[in-house]
Design a protein around this ligand. Structure first.
Ligand code: NOJ
Length: 563
């Protein structure tokens, strides 16, 4: 890393709509920091590490679910939307975290899971003991089975996690009963969003957290709430977090037009508060379809998975960037950028072995193993490319340390339902959810006070620990800090993007004219020459002895021009 930026003057004025340019850091509470020593991260652990996030320079945190849950899908199976699971702490801890984060000038976004509840939610418990056709069943998607005695599932839909999307219950009298739909695990029954009671309940849940001071919501499976009328057949398989198109047809469970009315209602609720935002997790293609979620009376942002799945290919990245900016501009929304989260292989591991951007299903010991060195080099370059793009950016905990995926987790510690429902054929997502290393060489590298850790860390995490990188020139942590500082000072995220001419196809190069910054990412194998007038500000690795950009490196340069 080379940081030549000390001559910059700071401009930290906040734009009015903070979310348009925000850097939002995802916290996966189970794995961030464990304050009580039981081996699972908790809310007090998050509060204890807010200084790290302030020093990193993020604007907001997004907390993955911490609500009451039997943890069949790591908290994405919510049993009570208005309380904190004892594993993570108490409502008081949540209030304290929100207040402390605000004191650190960090906003707080919480996860909302509206497509399904846990099977331990009071509503579902009531549904299974109530008769078919009852109002209790009407909150979910219960149907009679096909076949002579209803022994076949109502249709052919598959669960994203593998197997049928239907499970049969036993009626109160012990006889084989109706089936209920679950697009994910059988312990995550889908709600029926045509039911007004469901809609009202979620308005109330939004208000509950808004009143506690949260700044926004990340909306889980935002493209799945409404199903096509009559639940028509869909024989195509269902990949883990597959996009919403298959063979050009829109599947009847994803991206149905009816979802938009729901978000218009939510937006009205949010607009009665100040400065709050909604971000959609919607695996929807193409970009124009995704942009419908961020029209000016719906959500504020949607995750950009086209960028995440572009791999290490210049053409695909350019296309994803241009397509996203164009589609979002057309509705006045900011683009967002993301490379890692708790569902996909961490980008240092993904980019070394899957240049085509695949590998969202985890890496196991039997799979080809990533090249750590190439992966980290590309990851740093990819991050610097991402952080230069106009709009808002999402970081996933630990990426600021350059953490690789844990690719050799023993089968017996795995917890992802996708691993179980696919009978061990896909590794699943545990490898990107391993607890963070804070202190090199301490028990569990400082994740917990006792050394307990719900998933074991790989040996390499000692090298990546936060305290081993802080203040070390060239470390990934210092690279992120410097990039975020320059981004803030030059307000690059509020710029327009203008593609730079004269570069090879294997290069992604653009100008941010208002900031007088040129960004060059070299995805080819030959060094790339910079223009004479370009003065490097920050590069993901040192430039070569001629001042050229080596392979797998991004550089930000200051260029002359009107300010
Ligand atoms: C998307 C979440 O990110 C993922 O972790 C979860 O398993 C599914 N939605 C189901 O809630």
């Amino acid at each position: 890393m080379t940081d030549f930026s000390s001559d910059l003057t700071a401009d930290t004025t906040e734009p009015t709509e903070w979310w348009r340019t925000a850097v939002i850091y995802q916290i996966y509470p189970r794995s961030f920091a464990d304050a009580n020593g039981d081996g699972t991260g908790d809310l007090r652990g998050v509060t204890s590490r807010l200084d790290h996030l302030r020093d990193l320079g993020v604007d907001a945190i997004w907390l993955s679910p911490f609500y009451v849950s039997p943890m069949a899908d790591a908290g994405y199976d919510v049993a009570d939307y208005r309380d904190v699971d004892p594993q993570f702490g108490t409502l008081d801890d949540a209030d304290a975290l929100i207040a402390e984060a605000h004191r650190h000038d960090i906003r707080v976004i919480v996860d909302l899971v509206p497509n399904h509840t846990s099977d331990e939610h009071a509503w579902f418990r009531a549904a299974v003991v109530s008769p078919p056709g009852s109002p209790e069943r009407g909150r979910y998607l219960f149907r009679d089975g096909r076949g002579e005695s209803g022994e076949l599932p109502p249709n052919s839909w598959r669960s994203v996690f593998g197997g049928s999307a239907w499970t049969r219950i036993e009626e109160a009298d012990g006889s084989p009963g109706q089936w209920y739909l679950h697009l994910f695990d059988s312990r995550q029954p889908d709600l029926d969003w045509t039911n007004p009671e469901v809609r009202e309940e979620f308005h109330d849940i939004l208000r509950f957290w808004l009143d506690r001071g949260v700044d926004g919501f990340r909306v889980d499976v935002a493209h799945g709430l409404v199903k096509a009328v009559g639940l028509p057949e869909w024989d195509h398989g269902q990949e883990l977090l597959e996009g919403a198109t298959a063979g050009g047809e829109r599947p009847p469970m994803w991206d149905q037009d009816g979802v938009h009315e729901i978000y218009r209602g939510w937006r009205k609720v949010l607009d009665t508060y100040e400065d709050r935002m909604l971000v959609a997790e919607a695996w929807v293609e193409p970009a124009e379809r995704l942009a419908r979620y961020v029209r000016d009376d719906e959500m504020h942002q949607a995750f950009n998975f086209a960028f995440l799945t572009s791999g290490w290919r210049a053409g695909a990245l350019r296309e994803a960037i241009a397509g996203s900016i164009e589609a979002n501009d057309s509705v006045g929304a900011p683009s967002t950028w993301v490379l890692s989260n708790h569902d996909v292989v961490r980008h240092p591991s993904r980019l070394s072995v899957a240049p085509d951007g695949g590998l969202v299903n985890g890496i196991g010991s039997d799979d080809p193993q990533p090249d750590e060195e190439i992966g980290l080099r590309r990851a740093r370059a990819a991050t610097m490319l991402m952080l230069a793009l106009p709009g808002s950016t999402y970081l996933y905990q630990g990426e600021e340390l350059g953490l690789p995926e844990h690719t050799t987790l023993p089968d017996e510690v795995r917890q992802d339902p996708a691993w179980f429902r696919h009978h061990g054929e896909v590794a699943g997502r545990d490898g990107c959810r391993v607890p963070l290393p804070w202190q090199a060489g301490a028990p569990a590298n400082g994740f917990s006070t006792t050394g307990r850790s719900w998933l074991p860390q790989p040996d390499s995490y000692t090298r990546y620990a936060a305290d081993a990188q802080a203040g070390i020139e060239g470390s990934t942590l210092e690279l992120y800090r410097a990039a975020l500082r320059i981004r803030r000072e030059r307000r690059t995220a509020a710029c327009t993007l203008a593609w730079a001419e004269g570069y090879d196809d294997s290069v992604v190069a653009f100008n941010l004219p208002e900031a007088r910054v040129l960004v060059v990412t070299n995805l080819g194998s030959e060094p790339v020459r910079l223009p004479e007038h370009a003065a490097p500000l920050l590069s993901s690795e040192p430039l070569d002895e001629h001042g050229n950009v080596p392979a797998d490196v991004t550089v930000w340069c200051s260029v002359p021009g009107a300010s």
